[in-house]
Design a protein around this ligand. Structure first.
Ligand SMILES: *Cc1c(COP(=O)(O)O)cnc(C)c1O
Length: 440
């Protein structure tokens, strides 16, 4: 039974059932777990989330860039249903199963570069980032890790250290892991459009002076930053950084947890400039909503840790592996990278049209179905987080799920599932256009 692909409100949002559930949530769930929209989901698919009161919302969030193929993609549903009846778990480190191997083969094939690769599977993005650092340290025999301004790499202890923003991710949760250093990013909207190569030279100079290449195990970077504000470095930045890493024996790690799997209109964001990372970290869009993550990379680096040094009870769970194989097949067979580019054309056109009449839309940016607008006070570059909050609230009340992000909280980001229809996108951006007209 498929969901009708139409926005429909039958109650005020949140409706009575959602309100009841929210009361139970507050009484039962730890207060540290936030809520973007106080509406409880009953079903989801295509570009629609159906709530417990019967309202149909347009999904421009994909559960934070996860349900790229949709939240109930037919191939994923069929593969997981078959697997759950066969077995749920044996632990790959106890008695292995072919799904894990097949996912590793698929990742080795679809990730950038045609060199010999190996993969290892985990459960969350943060866990995979941590393991990429472990692997780089084992390979290089060095300790230091470089990350960038505005970076987001997760919420575990090491990845909190790697994440830039204090509130809400780090505040009160220290002390943090040592030997993590931060370098300046290329941020065209806020660095005067500095040339990518010059921005890279600035970062490299700081790394060489403040850390020293010979103590550096890894340089970890999101090719387009996610939580930090969908910041796309200027062309030339990533290739220059990757080349410097290669020349200095530093492992270049691309954190493609948010950008991976067709999200940006390429299979991976690194593909756009032909950057081949030594290690690539993937999660979110990898498995149609099931928890799975991976580190994939050069065989000699990946094989550096001793046997038993990598793993975990659930890493590469059979259900998640079945889902990942189905999701990758869906992306490839349904031409979803091309679909992401179509979405970019449609959404950017709508955003640029609003921007032409409204100076508060400082910067429209992003690629594929990973798009954003940075909001500023009209006439100045000063971040306007209040406007981002008001616009997203307006959209939420009218049944459009939008997310915010950015170091300053002033970025509206759009991450629709690639299974969304043009009609739903048009309807959602009609709502957003009205929001900018009505909110002053
Ligand atoms: C979400 C995200 C992570 C963390 O992934 P989790 O699955 O939430 O642990 C790491 N890096 C990037 C770029 C992300 O967007």
């Amino acid at each position: 039974m498929s969901l009708e692909q139409k926005r429909r409100l039958v109650t005020e949002l949140p409706g009575p059932r959602s309100q009841e559930l929210m009361e139970r949530k507050l009484a039962a769930v730890a207060g540290g777990v936030g809520t973007t929209m106080p509406v409880f989901a009953a079903r989801a698919g295509g570009g629609i989330v159906l709530d417990v009161d019967g309202n149909q919302l347009i999904d421009l969030g994909s559960g934070i860039a996860v349900t790229t193929v949709g939240a109930s993609a037919p191939r994923v549903v069929a593969a997981v249903t078959e697997q759950v009846a066969a077995f749920t778990h044996t632990c790959f480190m106890v008695t292995p199963y072919d799904g894990y191997v097949a996912v590793a083969e698929a990742l080795n094939r679809v990730t950038p570069g045609d060199h010999e690769k190996r993969s290892v599977l985990f459960n969350s993005g943060a866990e995979a980032v941590e393991n990429a650092v472990k692997i780089a340290r084992a390979y290089t025999g060095r300790n230091a890790v470089v990350v960038f301004d505005h970076a987001y790499h997760g919420r575990t202890n090491l990845t909190m250290a790697m994440t830039a923003k204090s509130m809400p991710y780090k505040h009160g949760f220290g002390p943090f892991a040592p030997e993590v250093y931060r370098a300046p990013l290329s941020y065209p909207f806020r660095d005067g459009g500095l040339d990518g190569r010059i921005a890279a030279a600035r970062a490299i100079d700081q790394i060489e002076k403040q850390i020293g290449a010979d103590t550096l195990a890894a340089c970890v970077i999101e090719p387009i930053q996610g939580e930090g504000g969908f910041i796309e470095p200027a062309p030339g930045f990533l290739p220059a950084l990757a080349a410097w890493c290669r020349a200095n024996g530093v492992v270049f790690v691309a954190d493609e947890v948010q950008t991976g799997f067709a999200r940006t209109g390429d299979m991976f964001a690194c593909d756009r400039e032909g950057v081949v990372p030594d290690l690539i970290v993937t999660a979110k869009g990898i498995a149609g909503g099931l928890p799975l993550s991976a580190v994939t990379g050069r065989a000699d680096i990946m094989n550096a840790p001793h046997s038993g040094g990598l793993g975990g009870t659930y890493g590469g769970n059979p259900l998640a592996c079945a889902a990942a194989l189905a999701a990758i097949e869906t992306i490839e067979d349904d031409g979803l990278t091309a679909r992401a580019r179509e979405i970019e054309t449609l959404v950017k056109e709508r955003l640029l049209k609003i921007q032409a009449a409204d100076g508060r839309l400082g910067d429209v940016r992003g690629r594929g179905a990973m798009l954003a607008v940075e909001l500023v006070r009209d006439g100045s570059g000063e971040p306007d987080p209040r406007l981002a909050r008001d616009i997203s609230r307006y959209a939420h009340q009218r049944g459009v799920i939008v997310l915010t992000c950015g170091t300053y909280g002033n970025v509206l980001r759009f991450l629709p599932p690639l299974s969304i229809s043009d009609d739903l996108l048009d309807d959602a951006f009609d709502v957003l256009t009205a929001a900018f007209e009505e909110i002053r």
